[in-house]
Design a protein around this ligand. Structure first.
Ligand SMILES: Nc1ncnc2c1ncn2[C@@H]1O[C@H](COP(=O)(O)OP(=O)(O)OP(=O)(O)O)[C@@H](O)[C@H]1O
Ligand SMILES: [Mg+2]
Length: 469
């Protein structure tokens, strides 16, 4: 089953979650540092207060300090639900006045401020405070060294509570953002899913346009392009189908004729008659082979052939003269005066020589074939006023009526009453070749009012790019 484009979803999530995760780590580190600072500040002060409380329980025997703390007072002072408290009081001469004996004995300067540091008592990590504190009146001597230590449970609980209060809402935000992006993108991509289904469900023959009313704006240009491509494909398919149907239809009749003639010849015993049938067969086979050649040529010159074109600089003047010369024997057979009027200079065009030859052949063939016996056919190569190269073939046969002129270029179209043999493909081929060369083809009545002039006008070579007007 198709799921909404997971790659896009994953990408969006990665873009979102990556920076958020980095932010979360940075924020957690900052939160941790801040909470350690705050808890140290608060609980160190409390530790100092305990030390001061202990000093309040000191009495002076003369100038000898003595700790006088009842058990109840010690309990109030030192009992804590979470932590264990340790203390030690030492006199100036180093005598232990009270508290735990197993606490480390640091050296502290008497004038120094209370000194807080990490340490260990009875194998437990502690925060410890050491200070020389006065006992006498007006905060004077004697001094006692007070040491108070506390295990770290409260501090670490406070720290982690602070960190959690920063991190948890952010984690929640990330989870929410992930869900919103996941569902948002799924919903956003739903039209694409429908679009995909619409395409995958259709048959390969269905080239109708894809419905675009539900398509998101970002994808619409793409769908429009696909629709445009399908329309082009549809036109090509139609064209091909029509061509195949036409070709099959055109081939069917001559092939049936051939078969009938062969059957007839097979039944003949008279050698003379067999010879006659064979001669007829030869003519039919010749016609058929010309038809097949024309069909192949049509297929070879369809618009898709542009890639296989071998355009090269070519002198239209010389080329047209050369091709015209080949037609002289044919013209003579019909007593036609085949003339050539050159431009008197080379007319350079970009052309595929074989295809150009085919184009000229078809036009001269028509001119000779449809011209009257003893008529005149002129091939003219010239340059137009705009500098384009033009090839014109004129005859003095019956003029093609104006209404028929566009139609004679259609495939298999032959004018009614045409006596000559032919399949109606010659001018279609000419038109295809002209299109491949970017040339324009026109059909007009001949200048003297009798006959027809077919003109092919080739584009300028190396035309400068069209600039703004
Ligand atoms: N020079 C011309 N003078 C008069 N009619 C013409 C001329 N050229 C073409 N035609 C008409 O146009 C029709 C189409 O010409 P086209 O060359 O396409 O086919 P065709 O000559 O009939 O057959 P094909 O060339 O395939 O053997 C011809 O049948 C003819 O009626
Ligand atoms: Mg022809």
């Amino acid at each position: 089953m198709w799921r909404p484009e997971p790659r896009l979803q994953r990408k969006l999530l990665a873009w979102l979650l990556g920076p958020l995760a980095v932010l979360l780590v940075l924020d957690s580190a900052a939160g941790y540092w801040q909470s350690v600072r705050l808890s140290t500040l608060a609980y160190d002060r409390a530790l100092y207060e305990v030390a001061r409380e202990i000093v309040l329980h000191m009495k002076l025997d003369g100038d000898k300090p003595r700790l006088e703390m009842s058990e109840a007072a010690a309990n109030v002072l030192l009992l804590d639900q979470e932590d264990r408290l340790f203390y030690r009081v030492v006199s100036e001469d180093g005598q232990l006045l009270g508290g735990n004996t197993d606490m480390p004995a640091p050296k502290v300067d008497k004038a120094a401020k209370p000194y807080f540091h990490a340490g260990e008592v009875q194998g437990e990590p502690v925060r410890m405070m050491v200070a020389w504190m006065p006992l006498g009146a007006d905060a004077g001597p004697p001094l006692v060294l007070v040491q108070v230590a506390e295990t770290l449970n409260k501090r670490s609980r406070f720290t982690w509570e602070m960190v959690a209060s920063v991190v948890l809402p952010q984690l929640l935000l990330i989870v929410m953002a992930t869900l919103v992006v996941w569902f948002g993108v799924s919903r956003g991509l739903a039209p694409l899913q429908r679009l995909r289904r619409a395409v995958s469900d259709r048959s390969h023959l269905d080239l109708s346009p894809i419905d675009t009313h539900d398509v998101p704006g970002e994808v619409r240009p793409l769908v429009d392009e696909v629709n445009e491509l399908m329309a082009r494909l549809g036109r090509t398919f139609d064209f091909q189908n029509r061509f195949v149907a036409d070709a099959a239809h055109q081939l069917k009749t001559p092939v049936s004729g051939l078969k009938a003639q062969i059957e007839l010849a097979l039944r003949e015993n008279d050698l003379q008659r067999v010879r006659h049938s064979l001669a007829q067969l030869y003519i039919s086979a010749d016609r058929l082979s010309r038809l097949v050649r024309q069909l192949l040529s049509l297929a070879r010159n369809e618009p898709g052939a542009l890639d296989s074109m071998q355009l090269q600089p070519l002198d239209l003047n010389a080329h047209a003269l050369e091709v015209s010369m080949d037609w002289v024997p044919q013209a003579l057979k019909r007593d036609i005066d085949l003339g050539f009027e050159g431009a008197g200079q080379a007319l350079m065009i970009d052309a595929d020589p074989d295809r150009l030859r085919e184009l000229v052949n078809n036009l001269i063939d028509n001119a000779i074939r449809y011209s009257q016996q003893g008529g005149r056919v002129t091939v003219r190569a010239s340059q137009t006023a705009e500098g384009q190269c033009q090839l014109a073939i004129s005859d003095d046969g019956p003029s093609i009526p104006v209404a028929e002129r566009p139609r004679v270029f259609e495939r298999f179209h032959r004018m009614l009453g045409t006596q000559e043999d032919g399949s109606g493909l010659g001018l279609a081929i000419v038109s295809e070749i002209a299109t491949l060369h970017g040339a324009r083809i026109t059909l007009e009545e001949d200048t003297d009012g009798v006959g027809n002039t077919f003109s092919v006008i080739f584009p300028l070579r190396h035309a400068p790019p069209a600039g703004p007007l």
